[in-house]
Design a protein around this ligand. Structure first.
Ligand code: COA
Length: 234
Protein backbone atom coordinates (compact mmCIF):
# COMPACT_ATOMS: atom_id res chain seq x y z
CA UNK A 1 0.00 0.00 0.00
CA UNK A 2 1.18 3.56 -0.61
CA UNK A 3 1.82 6.15 2.07
CA UNK A 4 -1.82 7.27 2.07
CA UNK A 5 -2.87 3.65 2.57
CA UNK A 6 -4.79 3.67 -0.69
CA UNK A 7 -4.86 0.41 -2.59
CA UNK A 8 -3.57 1.02 -6.08
CA UNK A 9 -4.68 0.06 -9.57
CA UNK A 10 -1.96 0.45 -12.21
CA UNK A 11 -2.74 0.82 -15.92
CA UNK A 12 -0.34 0.59 -18.87
CA UNK A 13 -1.03 0.73 -22.60
CA UNK A 14 1.29 0.15 -25.55
CA UNK A 15 0.66 1.58 -29.01
CA UNK A 16 1.59 -0.92 -31.75
CA UNK A 17 1.37 1.51 -34.65
CA UNK A 18 4.22 0.92 -37.11
CA UNK A 19 5.25 -2.42 -35.58
CA UNK A 20 5.43 -5.04 -38.33
CA UNK A 21 6.94 -7.90 -36.40
CA UNK A 22 7.18 -8.69 -32.68
CA UNK A 23 10.72 -8.06 -31.37
CA UNK A 24 12.43 -11.22 -30.00
CA UNK A 25 12.74 -9.65 -26.52
CA UNK A 26 8.91 -9.58 -26.26
CA UNK A 27 8.71 -13.29 -27.13
CA UNK A 28 11.42 -14.06 -24.57
CA UNK A 29 9.11 -12.80 -21.81
CA UNK A 30 6.36 -15.32 -22.70
CA UNK A 31 6.00 -18.84 -21.28
CA UNK A 32 5.82 -21.95 -23.50
CA UNK A 33 2.03 -22.00 -23.64
CA UNK A 34 1.88 -18.32 -24.66
CA UNK A 35 4.53 -18.92 -27.36
CA UNK A 36 2.46 -21.79 -28.71
CA UNK A 37 -0.75 -19.71 -28.68
CA UNK A 38 1.09 -16.85 -30.41
CA UNK A 39 2.13 -19.24 -33.20
CA UNK A 40 -1.52 -20.12 -33.92
CA UNK A 41 -2.65 -16.68 -35.14
CA UNK A 42 -3.24 -16.40 -38.89
CA UNK A 43 -3.05 -12.62 -39.06
CA UNK A 44 0.30 -11.09 -38.15
CA UNK A 45 -1.32 -8.01 -36.57
CA UNK A 46 -3.31 -10.26 -34.19
CA UNK A 47 -0.16 -12.24 -33.34
CA UNK A 48 1.75 -9.03 -32.60
CA UNK A 49 -1.06 -7.77 -30.36
CA UNK A 50 -1.28 -11.09 -28.47
CA UNK A 51 2.50 -11.18 -27.89
CA UNK A 52 2.61 -7.51 -26.89
CA UNK A 53 -0.23 -7.85 -24.35
CA UNK A 54 1.27 -10.89 -22.66
CA UNK A 55 4.80 -9.43 -22.72
CA UNK A 56 3.49 -6.14 -21.30
CA UNK A 57 1.66 -7.95 -18.48
CA UNK A 58 4.77 -9.93 -17.55
CA UNK A 59 6.96 -6.86 -17.81
CA UNK A 60 4.56 -4.87 -15.58
CA UNK A 61 4.60 -7.66 -12.98
CA UNK A 62 8.41 -7.95 -13.00
CA UNK A 63 8.68 -4.16 -12.73
CA UNK A 64 6.10 -3.84 -9.91
CA UNK A 65 6.88 -6.94 -7.84
CA UNK A 66 10.65 -6.86 -8.47
CA UNK A 67 10.72 -10.58 -9.01
CA UNK A 68 12.62 -12.55 -11.66
CA UNK A 69 10.90 -13.64 -14.85
CA UNK A 70 11.22 -17.33 -13.92
CA UNK A 71 9.15 -16.84 -10.72
CA UNK A 72 6.12 -15.52 -12.58
CA UNK A 73 3.38 -18.08 -13.11
CA UNK A 74 0.16 -16.89 -14.70
CA UNK A 75 -2.74 -19.35 -14.63
CA UNK A 76 -6.36 -19.08 -15.76
CA UNK A 77 -9.59 -19.83 -13.97
CA UNK A 78 -12.15 -22.05 -15.76
CA UNK A 79 -13.85 -18.87 -16.95
CA UNK A 80 -10.63 -17.76 -18.65
CA UNK A 81 -9.82 -14.98 -16.14
CA UNK A 82 -6.04 -14.87 -15.63
CA UNK A 83 -4.55 -14.89 -12.14
CA UNK A 84 -1.11 -14.64 -10.65
CA UNK A 85 0.29 -17.79 -9.10
CA UNK A 86 3.48 -16.56 -7.45
CA UNK A 87 5.44 -18.30 -4.68
CA UNK A 88 4.88 -15.34 -2.31
CA UNK A 89 2.03 -13.91 -0.33
CA UNK A 90 0.95 -11.41 -2.99
CA UNK A 91 -2.65 -10.44 -3.62
CA UNK A 92 -2.71 -8.73 -6.97
CA UNK A 93 -5.44 -9.08 -9.58
CA UNK A 94 -4.40 -8.90 -13.25
CA UNK A 95 -6.08 -8.21 -16.58
CA UNK A 96 -5.12 -7.66 -20.20
CA UNK A 97 -6.71 -6.74 -23.51
CA UNK A 98 -5.42 -6.76 -27.09
CA UNK A 99 -6.78 -5.37 -30.31
CA UNK A 100 -5.23 -4.41 -33.61
CA UNK A 101 -2.74 -1.61 -32.90
CA UNK A 102 -3.13 -1.33 -29.10
CA UNK A 103 -2.75 -3.40 -25.93
CA UNK A 104 -3.58 -2.64 -22.30
CA UNK A 105 -2.81 -4.31 -18.98
CA UNK A 106 -3.71 -3.49 -15.39
CA UNK A 107 -2.67 -4.75 -11.95
CA UNK A 108 -4.79 -4.19 -8.85
CA UNK A 109 -4.26 -4.22 -5.11
CA UNK A 110 -7.89 -3.09 -4.82
CA UNK A 111 -9.65 -6.31 -5.78
CA UNK A 112 -10.79 -7.57 -9.15
CA UNK A 113 -9.83 -5.53 -12.19
CA UNK A 114 -10.87 -5.70 -15.85
CA UNK A 115 -9.65 -3.80 -18.91
CA UNK A 116 -10.96 -3.67 -22.47
CA UNK A 117 -9.51 -1.84 -25.46
CA UNK A 118 -11.10 -1.69 -28.91
CA UNK A 119 -10.33 -0.06 -32.23
CA UNK A 120 -13.14 2.21 -33.41
CA UNK A 121 -12.15 1.35 -36.98
CA UNK A 122 -12.65 -2.39 -36.52
CA UNK A 123 -15.47 -2.78 -34.03
CA UNK A 124 -18.73 -3.69 -35.73
CA UNK A 125 -21.38 -1.09 -34.92
CA UNK A 126 -25.01 -2.08 -35.47
CA UNK A 127 -27.08 0.39 -37.54
CA UNK A 128 -30.24 0.19 -35.48
CA UNK A 129 -30.82 -3.29 -34.03
CA UNK A 130 -29.10 -3.19 -30.65
CA UNK A 131 -31.13 -6.03 -29.12
CA UNK A 132 -28.21 -8.47 -29.00
CA UNK A 133 -25.96 -6.16 -27.00
CA UNK A 134 -27.66 -6.07 -23.61
CA UNK A 135 -28.26 -2.32 -23.71
CA UNK A 136 -30.96 -0.56 -21.68
CA UNK A 137 -33.98 1.21 -23.26
CA UNK A 138 -32.53 4.67 -22.58
CA UNK A 139 -29.22 3.68 -24.15
CA UNK A 140 -30.97 2.35 -27.26
CA UNK A 141 -33.04 5.53 -27.52
CA UNK A 142 -29.93 7.64 -27.16
CA UNK A 143 -28.03 5.68 -29.85
CA UNK A 144 -30.96 5.96 -32.25
CA UNK A 145 -30.93 9.76 -31.88
CA UNK A 146 -27.22 10.23 -32.66
CA UNK A 147 -25.29 10.93 -35.84
CA UNK A 148 -23.25 8.02 -37.22
CA UNK A 149 -19.99 9.30 -35.70
CA UNK A 150 -21.53 9.95 -32.26
CA UNK A 151 -23.34 6.60 -32.36
CA UNK A 152 -20.06 4.79 -32.99
CA UNK A 153 -18.31 6.61 -30.13
CA UNK A 154 -21.18 6.05 -27.69
CA UNK A 155 -21.69 2.40 -28.63
CA UNK A 156 -17.98 1.66 -28.15
CA UNK A 157 -17.97 3.48 -24.81
CA UNK A 158 -20.94 1.38 -23.63
CA UNK A 159 -19.41 -1.83 -25.00
CA UNK A 160 -15.88 -1.41 -23.60
CA UNK A 161 -17.33 -0.36 -20.22
CA UNK A 162 -19.47 -3.52 -20.05
CA UNK A 163 -16.59 -5.74 -21.17
CA UNK A 164 -14.27 -4.21 -18.56
CA UNK A 165 -16.84 -4.85 -15.81
CA UNK A 166 -17.52 -8.41 -17.06
CA UNK A 167 -13.78 -9.13 -17.09
CA UNK A 168 -13.28 -7.64 -13.61
CA UNK A 169 -16.18 -9.77 -12.35
CA UNK A 170 -14.55 -12.78 -14.05
CA UNK A 171 -17.57 -14.13 -15.89
CA UNK A 172 -16.62 -12.42 -19.15
CA UNK A 173 -19.14 -12.77 -21.93
CA UNK A 174 -21.04 -15.44 -19.98
CA UNK A 175 -22.37 -12.58 -17.80
CA UNK A 176 -25.41 -11.22 -19.69
CA UNK A 177 -24.57 -7.59 -20.51
CA UNK A 178 -28.20 -6.67 -19.76
CA UNK A 179 -27.30 -7.22 -16.06
CA UNK A 180 -24.68 -4.47 -16.23
CA UNK A 181 -25.93 -0.92 -15.72
CA UNK A 182 -23.58 1.87 -16.81
CA UNK A 183 -23.72 5.45 -15.53
CA UNK A 184 -21.42 7.23 -17.95
CA UNK A 185 -21.70 10.65 -16.33
CA UNK A 186 -20.64 9.36 -12.89
CA UNK A 187 -18.17 6.79 -14.27
CA UNK A 188 -19.70 3.91 -12.35
CA UNK A 189 -21.28 0.55 -13.14
CA UNK A 190 -23.55 -1.88 -11.28
CA UNK A 191 -23.99 -5.60 -11.84
CA UNK A 192 -27.52 -6.73 -10.94
CA UNK A 193 -27.63 -10.45 -10.16
CA UNK A 194 -30.47 -12.24 -11.88
CA UNK A 195 -33.33 -13.38 -9.64
CA UNK A 196 -32.02 -11.61 -6.52
CA UNK A 197 -31.46 -8.12 -5.20
CA UNK A 198 -27.68 -8.66 -4.98
CA UNK A 199 -25.58 -5.97 -6.67
CA UNK A 200 -21.90 -5.14 -7.04
CA UNK A 201 -20.62 -1.64 -7.72
CA UNK A 202 -17.67 -0.73 -9.90
CA UNK A 203 -15.61 2.34 -10.73
CA UNK A 204 -15.04 2.96 -14.43
CA UNK A 205 -12.09 4.76 -16.01
CA UNK A 206 -12.40 5.49 -19.72
CA UNK A 207 -9.84 7.01 -22.06
CA UNK A 208 -8.68 7.31 -25.66
CA UNK A 209 -5.20 5.78 -25.71
CA UNK A 210 -4.90 6.78 -29.40
CA UNK A 211 -7.12 8.65 -31.85
CA UNK A 212 -8.63 5.33 -33.00
CA UNK A 213 -8.69 3.31 -29.77
CA UNK A 214 -11.04 3.42 -26.80
CA UNK A 215 -10.34 1.86 -23.40
CA UNK A 216 -12.33 1.10 -20.26
CA UNK A 217 -11.03 -0.13 -16.91
CA UNK A 218 -13.15 -1.34 -13.97
CA UNK A 219 -12.41 -2.11 -10.33
CA UNK A 220 -14.56 -2.32 -7.15
CA UNK A 221 -16.12 1.02 -6.30
CA UNK A 222 -14.55 2.92 -3.42
CA UNK A 223 -11.66 0.48 -3.11
CA UNK A 224 -8.79 1.78 -5.19
CA UNK A 225 -6.85 4.68 -6.61
CA UNK A 226 -5.69 4.66 -10.24
CA UNK A 227 -2.06 5.08 -11.25
CA UNK A 228 -1.98 5.68 -15.02
CA UNK A 229 1.57 4.79 -16.01
CA UNK A 230 2.95 6.41 -19.16
CA UNK A 231 6.44 4.96 -18.85
CA UNK A 232 7.04 2.50 -21.71
CA UNK A 233 7.85 -1.02 -20.52
CA UNK A 234 8.27 -2.69 -23.93
C1 COA B 1 -12.87 -12.21 -21.94
C2 COA B 1 -13.66 -11.78 -23.14
C3 COA B 1 -14.70 -10.79 -22.67
C4 COA B 1 -12.61 -11.26 -24.11
O1 COA B 1 -12.90 -10.19 -24.86
P1 COA B 1 -12.14 -9.73 -26.19
O2 COA B 1 -12.53 -8.30 -26.39
O3 COA B 1 -12.43 -10.70 -27.27
O4 COA B 1 -10.59 -9.88 -25.93
P2 COA B 1 -9.61 -9.03 -25.01
O5 COA B 1 -8.32 -8.95 -25.73
O6 COA B 1 -10.22 -7.76 -24.53
O7 COA B 1 -9.43 -9.97 -23.73
C5 COA B 1 -8.83 -11.22 -23.85
C6 COA B 1 -8.22 -11.58 -22.50
O8 COA B 1 -9.22 -11.56 -21.49
C7 COA B 1 -8.81 -12.49 -20.49
N1 COA B 1 -9.99 -13.28 -20.16
C8 COA B 1 -10.51 -14.36 -20.79
N2 COA B 1 -11.63 -14.76 -20.16
C9 COA B 1 -11.82 -13.92 -19.12
C10 COA B 1 -12.78 -13.83 -18.10
N3 COA B 1 -13.81 -14.68 -18.01
N4 COA B 1 -12.68 -12.83 -17.19
C11 COA B 1 -11.65 -11.95 -17.25
N5 COA B 1 -10.69 -11.99 -18.20
C12 COA B 1 -10.78 -12.98 -19.13
C13 COA B 1 -7.65 -13.29 -21.02
O9 COA B 1 -6.48 -12.76 -20.43
C14 COA B 1 -7.67 -12.98 -22.49
O10 COA B 1 -6.40 -12.92 -23.06
P3 COA B 1 -5.80 -14.13 -23.93
O11 COA B 1 -6.94 -14.77 -24.67
O12 COA B 1 -4.80 -13.49 -24.80
O13 COA B 1 -5.17 -15.05 -22.92
C15 COA B 1 -14.40 -12.91 -23.84
O14 COA B 1 -13.57 -13.51 -24.78
C16 COA B 1 -14.88 -13.98 -22.88
O15 COA B 1 -15.83 -13.83 -22.17
N6 COA B 1 -14.20 -15.09 -22.88
C17 COA B 1 -14.56 -16.15 -22.00
C18 COA B 1 -14.54 -17.35 -22.84
C19 COA B 1 -15.30 -18.41 -22.19
O16 COA B 1 -16.49 -18.42 -22.23
N7 COA B 1 -14.54 -19.29 -21.59
C20 COA B 1 -15.14 -20.36 -20.91
C21 COA B 1 -14.13 -21.43 -20.88
S1 COA B 1 -14.89 -22.86 -20.24
Amino acid sequence: MNRHNARLVWLWTHDLQGIETAPPEWLELLDNDECWRASQFRQEKDRIAYIAAHALLRSALIHTLKIPKASLIIDHKKSGKPFLNVPRDITLDITLSHTSGMVAVALSQAGNVGVDVESIELKHIPDNDFSAYGLGHKEIELLASLSEHERRETFIDLWTSREAVAKADGRGLSLPFSQIEIDRSLGIATIHEEGSSAKTHWTLWREQPSPVHRLALAWPRGRGELRRINEQLL
